[in-house]
Design a protein. Structure first.
Length: 94
């Protein structure tokens, strides 16, 4: 079985993905971390934007699942069919 998840890219991540939004299929039981890995594999330009050289999710990546912030210590949160993931780069400055 599989689930469908909508991914929305913002700012530099949109440029890296080459599109604003896409729908992906994942195995049932997949996590937020799993979808990020799948995206980085499918779109190699995203790998360096989403992950560190050591393979961890980059600290500047901000993830929302169904309008709620997903903290980096909760990336193993399981996804369900119809979830919406929004990906942003953290923005700082003043």
């Amino acid at each position: 079985m599989s689930i469908g998840v909508t991914i929305q890219y913002h700012n530099i991540l949109r440029r890296g993905a080459g599109l604003d939004e896409e729908h992906v299929r994942l195995p049932t039981g997949s996590s937020v971390a799993d979808v990020l890995s799948q995206l980085a594999t499918a779109r190699t330009a995203l790998r360096s934007l989403l992950f560190t050289e050591g393979g961890d999710v980059a600290s500047h990546v901000v993830v929302f699942r169904n309008q709620k912030l997903v903290m980096h210590d909760a990336l193993e949160t399981r996804l369900v069919d119809g979830d919406e993931i929004k990906l942003f780069p953290a923005i700082s400055g003043g």
